[in-house]
Design a protein around this ligand. Structure first.
Ligand SMILES: [Zn+2]
Length: 352
């Protein structure tokens, strides 16, 4: 049997094996935190065995591990033991299985999705390690829209929602708009399976400053230098779980923009639910509460401060949801479709 992280987005450290129990630790690469939730590993050669995988912290969700055989299709193992462990019974012939904290969204999936939709990926910039950061340009119109996700590498839910938004836009474009999509901002972090939240000295979503240190955020700011940006949306996932983190919510900025956030929230609620995740504005983070300060140099702050921008926000999308509003890949994709419909209606009736 081999347990490893030798694949796109992999992250695990093997500690020991005792009988049918495997002890593991996730790697704190790309974060200042002592412990954070992201892990992803592969088990090969365990066909026919029933094993328990135990992490050294409570980083296993209520529905167990996310399970995949191809790094594209994911489902829950439904076998959480105590918040730190899960079991898995490998069928005969089930020789390679991927397990992760949540439904992974790999760079390969992004490229494949773009190809399937007939969209061209271009190089937006190079990462600090020299990799190409992809971007996708869609539509033509006088209103510029920027969509992004993975300012925090570990937050896959945001990527599924962004994919749904792109799929809906391709079918039903928002009139007179031209989209720049930067789907994997912290590309090195995502590719290498890093945590990516609270990097040292700061992470990508605290880098919208004059002396920015990441080429990706610099490229987004440069792109916006030459153009008016009408809408700017950044898709995230909250932390591991519990409380607000089990829901979909908007991080609101600037009390003076309450009206535009209220109107968009109402539209998002209208299109969410059912095949998409539920959304209610009661979980939104109000401006200037807790960590959400108007002067925190995030993507959303940067665009809210631009006078031509009519809506700039962070959407946070839970990794797990709740029993009556549970995350599946399809429901996340449909949440993105709902988001696109809401933005379309917002744009049609915009009086700002
Ligand atoms: Zn985030």
């Amino acid at each position: 049997m081999r347990i490893h992280a030798d694949f796109e987005c992999g992250n695990i450290r093997f500690l020991k094996e005792e009988g049918n129990e495997i002890f593991l630790q996730n790697e704190m690469r790309g974060t200042k935190r002592e412990s954070y939730y992201y892990w992803a590993f592969c088990v090969e050669g365990a066909a026919g065995k029933k094993l328990t995988f135990r992490l050294d912290h409570e980083w296993v969700g209520p529905y167990g591990a996310a399970v995949s055989h191809d790094l594209v299709n994911w489902h829950w193992s439904e076998s959480s033991l105590d918040g730190a462990a899960f079991t898995y019974e490998f069928a005969q012939g089930e020789d390679r299985v991927y397990f992760a904290h949540d439904l992974l969204y790999t760079p390969s999936r992004l490229y494949k999705t773009a190809e399937d939709l007939g969209l061209k990926t271009e190089t937006f910039c190079k990462t600090l390690k020299g990799r190409d950061v992809p971007c996708i340009k869609i539509g033509e119109g006088s209103k510029n829209v920027i969509l992004s996700s993975r300012h925090h590498a570990c937050e896959s839910s945001g990527s599924y929602v962004l994919e749904g938004m792109i799929r809906e836009y391709v079918q039903n474009p928002i009139e007179d708009t031209s989209l720049l999509v930067v789907p994997i901002v912290d590309y090195d972090g995502v590719f290498e399976g890093e945590q990516g939240k609270d990097r040292d000295p700061h992470d990508h979503n605290r880098d919208y400053i004059v002396d920015s240190i990441y080429p990706e955020t610099r490229a987004i700011m440069d792109y916006a230098k030459d153009r008016d940006i009408t809408y700017a949306i950044d898709f995230h996932a909250p932390t591991h779980r519990l409380g607000r983190s089990d829901h979909v919510y908007i991080v609101r900025k600037f009390p003076e923009f309450a009206d535009r956030f209220d109107r968009f929230s109402g539209l998002l609620k209208k299109y969410c639910g059912g095949e998409a995740m539920d959304y209610s504005m009661k979980y939104d983070v109000p401006p200037n509460t807790g960590w959400n300060k108007d002067d925190t140099p995030t993507f959303s702050t940067f665009f809210n401060l631009r006078p031509e921008c009519k809506l700039a926000l962070t959407l946070e999308v839970t990794h797990y949801g709740t029993d009556d509003n549970k995350v599946t890949a399809d429901r996340l994709i449909n949440t993105g479709r709902a988001f696109c419909k809401a933005l379309d209606e917002f744009a049609k009736n915009c009086i700002i």
